[in-house]
Write a protein that binds this ligand. Structure first.
Ligand code: ATP
Length: 235
C-alpha cells in the first residue's frame, strides 16, 4: 500500500463529516472516490494531504505515520493535489505556472524546462505555454492545474473533480492522460462523472454520509445495490 487511513474521522461542531474511514491505496492504482454531494470526499482528501486536522484516526504514507505531518512536508514526500478551487496564478503565463510547481523538485536548469514541456504536452496545453493563465478557459485552467501537479513528479496525485467544466474532447484527453499514469503514479480521483470512473478506475470507494458505503472494482460497485440506491439511482 502506498497510502492507508485507519479510523479517519472529522467532526465539524455537531456534524460528523467523515466517520471512521479505512482507505487503502495500492501503489500504481487509479482509485476513485465517489459519493453524493456533502458525503465527505473533500474533507477526507483534506485530511490525507494535511490541510484538515483529523478529529481521530491515522494516515500512513509509504509505511510512515504522517497523521500530524504538515501539508508542505507531505508534498515533499511526493503528494500532489489539485482542488476544485482553481489555484493557478492568473497573471503568470501557463509555462511560468508549471515551472513554479516544478520548483523544489530535484531537477534544475534544462531539466525544469523538460519537466514543464512534458507536463504541458501530457495535458495538451503545449501550444498555449506563453499565454497568460488568466486568459485560459475554465476547462483549460483545470488542465493547467493537472500539469502543475504532474510537474512535481508525484508518487500520489490527488485530483478533486478534475473533469468538472471540461468539454467532451478535454475529458477524453484527461482519461488518456490518467491511463498513461497507471502503474507508476498512484492516483486518487474524486469524480462525479461516472463514465470517467468506469473507464479509468482500478478501485472505487463510495462515501455516503461520511462513511464508506462500499469499496471494490468498478464492476463490484456498479452491481452493488446499496450504492445504486444511495448514489447511482436505480439504473
Ligand atoms: N469547514 C467546515 N465547517 C463545517 N462544516 C463543513 C466544513 N467543511 C465541510 N463541511 C461539511 O461537511 C460535510 C462534508 O463536506 P465535503 O465538502 O467533504 O463533501 P463532498 O463529498 O466533498 O461534497 P461535494 O461533492 O459537494 O464537494 C458537508 O455536510 C459539509 O457541509
Amino acid at each position: 500500500m502506498l497510502l492507508s487511513t485507519r479510523g479517519l474521522t472529522k467532526r465539524f461542531d455537531g456534524l460528523l463529516a467523515v466517520s471512521d474511514v479505512d482507505l487503502d491505496l495500492t501503489a500504481g492504482d487509479v482509485h476513485a472516490l465517489i459519493g453524493p454531494n456533502g458525503a465527505g470526499k473533500t474533507t477526507l482528501v483534506g485530511m490525507i494531504c494535511g490541510r484538515i486536522a483529523p478529529t481521530a484516526g491515522s494516515v500512513t504514507f509509504d509505511g510512515r505515520d504522517i497523521t500530524t505531518l504538515p501539508a508542505h512536508k507531505r508534498i515533499g514526500l511526493g503528494m500532489a493535489y489539485t482542488f476544485q478551487i482553481t489555484s493557478v496564478f492568473a497573471g503568470l503565463s501557463v509555462r511560468e505556472n508549471v515551472a513554479l510547481a516544478a520548483r523544489g523538485q530535484p531537477v534544475q536548469g534544462d531539466q525544469v524546462d523538460r519537466a514543464v514541456c512534458a507536463a504541458l504536452d501530457k495535458v495538451g496545453l503545449s501550444d498555449r505555454a506563453q499565454e497568460v493563465a488568466g486568459n485560459l478557459s475554465y476547462g483549460h485552467q483545470r488542465l493547467l492545474e493537472i500539469a502543475m501537479g504532474l510537474a512535481q513528479a508525484p508518487r500520489l496525485l490527488i485530483l478533486d473533480e478534475p473533469t468538472q467544466g471540461l468539454s467532451d474532447g478535454e475529458i477524453a484527453r484527461f482519461t488518456a492522460l490518467i491511463e498513461g499514469l497507471r502503474g507508476h503514479t498512484t492516483v486518487l480521483l474524486i469524480e462525479h462523472n461516472m463514465r470517467v470512473v468506469w473507464e479509468v478506475a482500478d478501485r472505487v470507494t463510495v462515501l455516503n454520509f461520511g462513511e464508506v458505503l462500499a469499496e471494490g472494482t468498478p464492476e463490484d460497485i456498479h452491481e452493488n445495490r446499496a450504492v445504486q440506491a444511495a448514489y447511482l439511482g436505480t439504473g
